[in-house]
Write a protein that binds this ligand. Sequence first.
Ligand SMILES: NC(=O)c1ccc[n+]([C@@H]2O[C@H](COP(=O)([O-])OP(=O)(O)OC[C@H]3O[C@@H](n4cnc5c(N)ncnc54)[C@H](O)[C@@H]3O)[C@@H](O)[C@H]2O)c1
Length: 379
Amino acid sequence: MKMFRAGIIGAGFIGAVHAEQLRRLGNVEVAALTNTSNAEQKAEALFIPKGYKDYREMIDQENLDCVHICTPNSSHFEIAEYALNHGIHVVLEKPMTTSVEEAEKLVKLVKEKNLVGAMNYNCRFYPMAFQLREMIKNGDLGEIFTIHGGYLQDWLLLETDYSWRLEPSLSGETRAFGDIGTHWLDLVEFTTGLKVAEVLADFEIFHKTRKKPLKAIETFSGMALRPEDYEEVPIATEDYITVLFHLDNGAHACCNISQVFAGRKNQMILAVAGSKASAHWDSEDSNDLWIGRRETSNDLYAKDPSILAPRTGKVISYPGGHVEGFADTFKHNFKQIYAAIAGEKAEYDFPTFESGLREMVLCEKIIQSAREKRWITVP
Ligand SMILES: NC(=O)c1ccc[n+]([C@@H]2O[C@H](COP(=O)([O-])OP(=O)(O)OC[C@H]3O[C@@H](n4cnc5c(N)ncnc54)[C@H](O)[C@@H]3O)[C@@H](O)[C@H]2O)c1
């Protein structure tokens, strides 16, 4: 069995999850990481042999097969371009880039180099969301009429909450939608097989200014600071966004995306209503899938490979009753990606650079719609 050598670029919140879940595959050695600050300490903490300050140095020296880019969004393009030009496969965190043009360039480059370019839209691999996809494909819900739901968090509720995600130069033109809304929309198109045709969006910045910490912090660690540690800065990206969608089969959809919804830590809801049955899935209760029926009793499916669709069984690691969640979705996405890197046909549709570009186009149209206050057609 060939062992692959992977490098993690950006060892903050999500870089650590990549390192941990790659190890569960068994055929990937996490050989090195890059982080702009404290690289050696970060490597030591994650039991990774080498820590670099500059990704170029790591790529030039480590003979890697693949890099996982887990840095703030604005650096995704230049790092991915460098890796691909050095013949290295790329797994890129979402959102893909900060512009459609950059995303298009990466799609073109990965094809020219004949390498694997994958995105980490990991929510595709929540088993019960995957089960919903299998049921829709099988016609169990009938014709899809409506889709609703969204993604709610509260970690930016207070004006003292701060992150690089609040700075468009690092995060891009959209914040709430680019950061979490794209997870929801990728999942909508993945589970239903439908494509968004038109969008109408409305957003709000509730904190027009925020208090920025005077010292650097990483994601979800802001609560430790005191009032005197902040400066007041203007905010240009949305705390909240709601979007109406028309899908290519005539279905209607809507979502609420918010990073200022007290008490909801990280909740994605996907509800689909069809001509035969409806379904409701909640990421904070991710091991269940509710199926609603008109003429017989409703069902609550449990994450148990012995009772689900055979294909769903393959994205489950443990027997029923043994809860699986966020980290497991990374493992299953990476399993498909490394099968493709090994030259095998991946069994399941993992998110590719094309999926990343699709989300960038959707973000562009959604922001245009919110600014111009009108429906916008999606190509
Ligand atoms: N798929 C998911 O569920 C998920 C969840 C969270 C974050 N993300 C994405 O992952 C990326 C990182 O987010 P995070 O929450 O881990 O951020 P973070 O701030 O916790 O970590 C980012 C790390 O990258 C380092 N860094 C910055 N620029 C760098 C560079 N040029 N080279 C090397 N290291 C650099 C920083 O020092 C920091 O340690 C973002 O694109 C984000 O959207 C995805």
